[in-house]
Each structure stands twice: as C-alpha cells, then as structure tokens.
Write a protein that binds this ligand. Structure first.
Ligand SMILES: NC(=O)c1ccc[n+]([C@@H]2O[C@H](COP(=O)([O-])OP(=O)(O)OC[C@H]3O[C@@H](n4cnc5c(N)ncnc54)[C@H](O)[C@@H]3O)[C@@H](O)[C@H]2O)c1
Length: 438
C-alpha cells in the first residue's frame, strides 16, 4: 500500500520504518524540517533500537521518504496514519490541537484529489474525539461526508519506548475501530503477518481501550509498589510475595474480577483490606491506592442507590442479596447495604434470593442480617413470582441462573435495574432497562 505517516515522533517513525520494511511505500510527514532531513538522509530522528537500520535500508530501497508537505504526501498515498502528539495541558486535559490541525491539512489535501482516502488515527485520543473533532475537521476541509470517498478508522498504538520495534512486531493485540467492516479489514491488512489477536470494533471502544490499558498498567505498578512498601516495613521481601502472587493465573493474573459491575463484598475482601490498610497506618505508610478501595466500593453502592431513586418507583422487587450467587453469606454484602439504604428512605421492598432462607441462617451470618435489616423476615419471600409481581422496579442484584428468565416475565409497566448484566436483558427491554455501568 501507499501510506503517509503524519508525525515523525516515536510512534510515527517506528510505524513508518516497519511498514516500509514490510513492503509498503511510505511517506513520512512532519513540519520539523530537521526530522524530515534526517529521515531522507537514511537516519533516525529518535533513539530506538533497530529503527536506524530499518530507516537506512528503507530509504536506500526507495520505500521511505519524508516531507514537510502534507498535500503532496496525501496526493501520493491512499491511506494516512496520524501519529502526532496528544500531550497534557496544564490542567491535565488532553491537548488535541495537533490532531485537529493535521486533520484539517489532510482534509484540504483530499479535496484536491479524486480518489478515496482512508485516515487512520493512531494518536491516543479520548472516546468521542473521532466523532466530535476528527470527523468534523476532515469533513469540513475535504468537503466530503465520512463514509464516501473519505473513510476513517482508529488504530491505537501499544508499543513501548526502548522495545518499540519488537513491540510493533509482537503486539499484545491489534485493535481497529471503524464504522464499517470493509474499512476495518483494510487497516487490519497492514498487520496481516503480525501475531496476536486482531480485533475489529467500534471507533469509540477503540478510542477507550488504550486508556483502560494504561490506567491498568499504572494500577499494576502502584499496587506492586504499595505491597512492596508494606512488605519491607514488616521485614518481608516483596519480590518473594509478588513472585508467588503472579503464579496465580486463576484469580490474580487473569480476566477474573475485571468486568465492570457492582461493588465487591463478602466476608473476606472488605475485612482483609481494612486490616491491611490499618496495618499501613500503624507503620506510618501512605497507601493511597489500597486506601482508596473501600471508599471507591462505597461510591459504587451509592451510584446504584441514586440510579434507583432517580426512577421514582417506590415499590421495588430486589432479586439476589448475597454478594454473589450460590452462597447464603450475607456478611458485608453490598446488595444488603443497598437494600438497607432503600429501606431507610422508605422504599417498599420485597426480596428474593434462592440461597437465603432466614430459618437456615446461623451464627455471625444471621446476626449480621438481622442487625442490619431487623424486619427482614417480613420482606424476604420464598416465592420469586410474588416478589416480581410486587415491584414497579425490579433490581437484579447478582447473576443467579434463575434470574435469566426475569426480563421476559416483566409486565409492560415494570422497569429493570441490573447489577449483574443479565444476558439479553438490555436488548429485550430497551428503555425499560438500565445497568449499573453499561
Ligand atoms: N511514545 C509512545 O511510546 C507512545 C505509545 C503509544 C501511543 N502513543 C501516542 O501516540 C501519539 C504520538 O506520540 P509520540 O510519542 O510519537 O509523539 P512525539 O511528540 O514524539 O511526536 C509527534 C510528532 O508529530 C509532529 N507533528 C505535529 N504536528 C504535525 C502536523 N501537523 N503534521 C505532521 N506532523 C506533526 C511533531 O513535529 C512530532 O515530530 C500520542 O498520542 C501518544 O500518546 C505514544
């Protein structure tokens, strides 16, 4: 393919060098003449392993050249990759000025050519930026509507500086967000020979994934650091701890616990987090990440409470009050905390949970629920249908299998608030459905 790469910085240079190596004809574009001159002399404008050799070879073979002239680069190519910087502004917001400028330049150049052009954003941009800024800038400057001669895609970049060429060749995944499958396939075709999952998705998901990735990486680093800080203070080697931690690929290094949803609870997580952060205070350690977890969990309960009260429906059927399905342990269940909050505000609740039968609850579990909701015996029923019939609003608290059929059982006047993401419920109920964070 003939590809123009806008921005001869870390991402642009590595992409341009690797695409040229893989047989594409590449024009690198940058307003900084010194970078243009370096590339045209077969030299790299950035310090990065293997890039110098790749550029030298690509320029020698006539597969790569650089220019400061956006219009000529667009005219010679049928796809543009935008790799310009998106730095932080002083207030932390994302500076998208360079992306907007480059889209205006590319759009103006597309206007003067009579052939389709595909513009692929590789710069990291927040969800909604394609729709609010990239597409309008391209459309205004080109005079074309997106989806005609002008196509757009988002293709986030996952390389790390210092191992960038290796990462380009071994990506953790390749993600392309596009408005139609043909455009997604054209961009994915650039990476045909690369390993790893290839994922076509919506433009907005593609925009957001990079932020989820980087936030996660920052959480991992800080988590390891805070565990290490505690470990050192109590005379334990944190590397020994985290070596073992990382060998657990079921619960620790795995997709488990990572789907958006409701708060955590149960008899262990809250108790153990409190003990650990209390120990940190005793040791005079600042542990901002670990200390933020209980408050963040409380916010998730408040979020559900506010969404429920916003519906203005006082009669509520609450299905599933244990913190996960398949247990009758109610201790520190966030569903119970939510029920307690609703009862406190005078909501008329009926509760169903297949696993929770008051007569069978014993010990600290029974004491807990009877203390938190003293008249639980009046509102906890064994009859799912009767509980369902009571609610103008139905809340599903956990993903017990018997709740899967609930959406089809609802009356036309009932709404569903879902903390468990019941499959197909959103599609079945449309406007009558709301989920905690989907
Ligand atoms: N550096 C990384 O490791 C990395 C990894 C993944 C994603 N990203 C993202 O990729 C984007 C680029 O990052 P970078 O580190 O390569 O940036 P960079 O600052 O190294 O390079 C940006 C380049 O764009 C050029 N530029 C500015 N305006 C231009 C225009 N109108 N036309 C052509 N070129 C123009 C600049 O002169 C500069 O050379 C950012 O959004 C960044 O968040 C970076």
């Amino acid at each position: 393919m003939r590809i123009s790469v806008f921005g001869m910085g870390y991402v642009g240079v590595v992409s341009a060098a690797c695409l040229a190596r893989d047989g594409h004809e590449v024009a690198g574009v940058d307003p900084q003449q010194s970078k243009v001159d370096l590339v045209n002399a077969g030299r790299t404008p950035i310090v990065e392993k293997y890039v110098g050799e790749l550029i030298e070879e690509a320029v020698e073979k006539g597969r790569l050249h650089a220019t400061a002239d956006a219009a000529s680069a667009v005219a010679q190519t049928n796809m543009s990759l935008v790799c310009v910087g998106t730095p932080s502004r002083r207030n932390g917001s994302l500076d998208t000025d360079a992306v907007e400028r480059v889209c205006t330049e590319i759009g103006a150049a597309i206007k003067t050519k009579d052939a389709p052009h595909l513009v692929v954003i590789r710069s990291t941009i927040l969800p909604g930026t394609m729709q609010a800024l990239v597409i309008p800038a391209l459309e205004a400057a080109s005079g074309l509507a997106e989806g005609t001669q002008l196509r757009i895609a988002n293709n986030p970049e996952f390389l790390r500086e210092s191992t960038a060429v290796y990462d380009y060749d071994n990506p953790p995944k390749t993600v392309v967000g596009a408005r139609d499958p043909h455009t997604a396939a054209r961009v994915l075709a650039l990476y045909d020979d690369l390993p790893g999952p290839k994922i076509a998705t919506s433009v907005e998901v593609a925009e957001m994934i990079k932020y989820a990735d980087n936030a996660w990486h920052a959480v991992k680093v800080t988590f390891g650091n805070e565990i290490g800080n505690i470990a050192k203070s109590v005379g334990v080697d944190g590397w020994d701890v985290m070596d073992i931690f990382c060998q657990d690929e079921k619960l620790n290094i795995s997709p488990y616990y990572l789907k958006p949803g409701f708060a955590f609870g149960g008899s262990c997580l809250p108790k153990d987090l409190r003990a650990l952060t209390y120990k940190g205070r005793e040791l005079d350690l600042d542990l901002p990440l670990l200390s933020s977890l209980m408050p963040a969990n409380r916010i998730q309960i408040d979020r559900a409470f506010e969404a429920i009260t916003a519906q203005g429906r006082r009669k509520v059927a609450f299905l599933g009050i244990s913190f996960k399905s398949g247990t009758d342990d109610l201790r520190e269940s966030p569903q119970v905390a939510l029920v307690e909050q609703l009862l406190g505000k005078g909501y008329d609740l009926r509760i169903y949970d297949q696993n929770v039968h008051l007569a069978r609850l014993t010990g600290s579990n029974r004491n807990y629920i009877v203390n938190v909701i003293p008249h639980i015996s009046d509102i906890l029923l064994d009859d799912l249908e009767a509980v369902l019939a009571h609610g103008d609003l139905v809340v599903i608290g956990n993903p017990a299998p018997e709740f899967r059929a609930v959406p089809e059982k609802l009356r036309a006047d009932q709404t569903l608030y879902d903390l468990a993401r019941i499959p197909g419920a959103a599609e079945a109920l449309g406007e009558r459905y709301d989920g905690v964070n989907w």
